[in-house]
Design a protein around this ligand. Sequence first.
Ligand SMILES: [Zn+2]
Length: 428
Amino acid sequence: MKINLKKIEKMGDPTRNQKILLDDIFIEKNALSKLPEIMNTYYKDYQSIVMICDENTYNIAGKKVESKLPNINTIVLDPNHLHADEHGVEQADIHLKKIGKIDFLIACGSGTVHDITRYHAYNLGIDFMSIPTAASVDGFVSTMAAMTWKGMKKTFTAVSPRFVLADTEIFSKAPARLTASGVGDLLGKYTALCDWKIAHAVTGEYINWDIVNWEYDILEELVQTLDGLSKNDEKAYENLMYGLLMSGLAMQLMGYSRPASCCEHHCSHLWEEAAINEPIDFYHGEKVGVGMIICTQVYKKALSYLKRGDYTLHASVDVEFDLIKDNFKNEILQEEILKENEPNIMENITGKMLKDRESDIISILETLPNVTTMMEWINKVNGCTSMNDIGLSEDLRPLTLKLSPYVRKRLSFMRLLKFYDFYNAVIE
Ligand SMILES: [Zn+2]
C-alpha cells in the first residue's frame, strides 16, 4: 500500500503551518526487505544507526532488520514492566551513551518503544524511522511522546519519525489484544469528531473539514473490514494500520491532537491517573474504546432530551474546583489539573449560545453511531466494551463522566452538558 503524502498534505492549511513531516510510509508484505534500498535512497549519509526494540519485538522483527542492515547497533530493552516512563527512557539511555555518536534511530516495536525512541531522537537532535510491530495505537507518527513521568501523565515535545515501514507479515501476527486496542483507539474518533464539531458549532473553534471528512472515510473503511481481522485477512490488517497512521497524520497536520482525541480519551487519561480508581494495566485503545462507549451512552440520552426540547440551561458554568480537589488528592496532580482549567474553557460560553445552536447539536449527535453498533464492532475483535472489562467498577461511571472533562484543556460535549438541567439524569 503506497500512501500519497503529497495529496494528504494538501488538506493542510499552509497559512497555519499545517504540514507533513515524513518522507514516506510503506504498508506492505515484506516491507522490511526494502530497508537497504530505503536507507540508500533517503538516509545514505547516516553511518551510526541504532535500533531500539524489546525482547519480543527483537525476535519478531528486530532480527530481520539486523539481517538487512548488518552494521547497525541494537538496543534490546527488557519487556517486563516496560513503559514509556523515566525507567524505560533510562534503560535505553544507558546503552545509547555507551554507543557514543549516533546519526539515526530505528524504533522497532509498539507504542512504548516508539515513545522512548522519539524522546531520545528529539534530545539527540536526530531523525528516526518507525517499524511498528502491531496495529495498536494511532501515535506512531506523533510529534509528542506520551509518557508517565514520576507517576504523572505528561506529553513531551519530541519528533515524528521520518519514515514508517510497516510490514504486514509482522503486524498482522501481533497478539490479538494489541490489534483490538488499535481498533478501540481508531473507533474513538467517532466521539472525538463529534466533540470537535459541536465545539466548532457552539464557539466557532477552528475546524478543518477536509480532515474531518477524510477521517470519516477512514472510519467507514475500518468498519467495513473489521470482520477480516478475526479471519486473519492481511488486507484488513493493512487497512487498520493505514487508518491508525492516517489518524496520526491528521494530528500531525493540525499540530495538535484535536482530530483524534476528546471525551473518550479524557476518560482514559483520568483512569490512567488513578485518582478515583486503583491503577489499571490495560492498553491505551482498550480504555479509549470503553471511554467512547460510555460517552456515547450519555450523548444519545442527551440527544433525546434535546429533541424533546423541554429543558432549561444555566446562564454560565464555573469550574467545579471542589470536585477536582476532592478527587485529585495527589498535590502535584491536583495542581496540574487546576492549571488545565485556568482559565475556564467555558468562560465565554453561555446557555443561550447552546440553545441557539440546538439544531446543529442535534444533527451532530444524530450522526454518532449508536452504542449497540459500537459494541458489535468492538466484539468483532474481542475487545473491551465495559468498565468491568478493563478492571473498573461500573459504580465509577458517573464520577468518571463528571470529572474527566477537566483533565485536559479541550472542550467536549461532555463538558458542555454541565449547562443543561438534565445533566445528572444523563450521566447516571
Ligand atoms: Zn489514542
